[in-house]
Design a protein around this ligand. Structure first.
Ligand SMILES: Cc1cc2nc3c(=O)[nH]c(=O)nc-3n(C[C@H](O)[C@H](O)[C@H](O)COP(=O)(O)OP(=O)(O)OC[C@H]3O[C@@H](n4cnc5c(N)ncnc54)[C@H](O)[C@@H]3O)c2cc1C
Length: 404
């Protein structure tokens, strides 16, 4: 009997899952891959398209370059899952059945019910979003003057917000246009929760790119030209990009598995509360189970160096890729009635770009807490190039290199 595995989403988790399943599964299995786009988007570099829309060619990889000929691809929007019938509902298509389903639907922007925010703010979760931000910043700059510069506000000083502000600043500097950029953050620090030296180095880069940063500023209401804060301060904007947090995909809202804000709880083998549904990447909250099994010597050493395996992995490309690389083996084991292996997240370090600059922190194997300069820039580029090279082709990676 043929076992059917359905993979949902073509982000990092989805691509890595399909490829690890293709490597691990025997011949009596079918893989069906469903996603709303027929390409993979290198999302963690999509902010480069704000500065230069031509970069789109470098960050889009057709699914045919990523999967084997035997894997069937269905383009469509997943609207839900029926875990009793083991079917996936796809908008405008017949339902797709499965024996095992791997959910890799990523995340959506969280608006926290703030009045007017979803209606008026731009977001950055796909290629179209990046191109819209480019167009709106360009249009605002055309209408502006040195006396009355365009006001671009970015809400949320996490990875997405910082890198977005950096690209708007690079656009302003390359075009020499009158644009003022403000990065606003609710917490009292930028890149909240991270190391202070790292935060300081990022702040330094932002200041040097003339990006004004305001912390402790909680947005309470937004209309078509003004942001209101909890302390009643008002800020006028021409372009407002909201990058204040993520939640799970709408498709998981009514699925009968345990979720939090539409992200699926999964144990450290990626299994959700339903035995036939696995979840990875931003779509999942993957429990880090210290009891999950013996760590290898290398992993044990890494866990000592970076002792952050006791929480869920952060919503990052790195975690999504790794989970995808491991999920194939677990599905193969589940099919054969063998115990799945436990996975734990090892932080290999963090890299943030601010325009052409980058800041690196806690990079595994490098005995420096935080550093920037050419070393950090090359490291950031090489992570993106390695992903493109290993998942599709080294030629595509080489072409993308200058724009990463
Ligand atoms: C601007 C920006 C910069 C970032 N920078 C970094 C960084 O420097 N380092 C880092 O590690 N991380 C970074 N991130 C975070 C990183 O991109 C995410 O954590 C990562 O993309 C998660 O991978 P994923 O596969 O879970 O989800 P995604 O990459 O979001 O993929 C989800 C997939 O599911 C598809 N999909 C979604 N909903 C549906 C549906 N209903 N039906 C069908 N298909 C659907 C999407 O089209 C997509 O193919 C950044 C994110 C952004 C937006």
């Amino acid at each position: 009997m043929v076992t059917k595995i359905t993979v949902l989403g073509s982000g990092y988790a989805g691509v890595a899952a399909v490829q690890s399943l293709e490597d691990e599964l025997e011949e009596d299995t079918d893989i069906v891959w469903v996603s709303e786009t027929n390409h993979h988007l290198v999302l963690h570099e999509v902010h480069r398209c704000i500065r230069d829309p031509a970069v789109r060619e470098k960050v889009v990889i057709p699914v045919d370059d990523l999967k084997s000929a035997e894997t069937e691809f269905v383009q469509g929007t997943v609207t839900g899952l029926d875990v009793d019938d083991r079917t996936v509902h796809v908008d405008g298509e017949e339902s797709i059945d499965y024996d095992y389903c791997v959910v890799c639907l990523g995340s959506q922007t969280a608006f926290y019910g703030i009045d007017g925010l979803a209606e008026h703010a731009l977001t950055l979760k796909n290629l179209g979003d990046a191109l819209t931000i480019h167009q709106q910043v360009e249009a605002a700059a055309e209408d502006a003057s040195d006396d009355d510069p365009a006001q671009v506000v970015v809400g949320g000083a996490g990875l997405t917000g910082i890198q977005t502000a950096g690209e708007v600043a690079a656009f302003r500097d390359e075009r020499d246009v009158p644009v003022e950029i403000r990065l606003i953050e609710m917490e009292d620090e930028i890149f909240p929760g991270h190391d202070h030296e790292f935060q300081g180095a990022i702040r330094n880069k932002l200041e040097r790119m003339d990006i004004d940063t305001t912390t402790g500023a909680t947005v309470s209401e937004v209309d078509d030209e003004t942001i209101r804060f909890e302390d009643e301060d008002l800020l006028r904007y021409d372009v407002f990009v909201w990058a204040g947090g993520v939640r799970g995909d709408d498709a998981l809202a009514d699925v009968d598995i345990d979720t939090e804000h539409d992200r699926a709880y999964a144990n450290s083998t990626f299994k959700t509360s339903d035995d036939r549904v696995l979840a990875i990447g931003d779509a999942a909250l993957v429990e880090q189970d210290a009891e999950g099994g013996p760590l290898s010597e290398q992993d044990a050493w890494e866990a000592v160096v970076n002792p952050d395996t006791d929480d869920v992995p952060p919503p990052t490309a790195e975690a999504a890729m790794e989970e995808g690389e491991h999920v194939g083996e677990n599905v193969a084991r589940m099919i054969d009635d063998r115990e799945p292996v436990h996975w734990s997240y090892i932080n290999k370090g963090t890299l943030v770009s601010v325009g052409d600059e980058a800041v690196a922190h806690d990079i595994l194997g490098i005995p420096l807490n935080t550093f920037s300069g050419p070393g950090a820039r090359v490291l950031k580029k090489s992570i993106s190039a390695r992903w493109i090279g290993e998942s599709s082709s080294w030629l595509a990676a080489a072409k993308a290199w200058p724009d990463m």
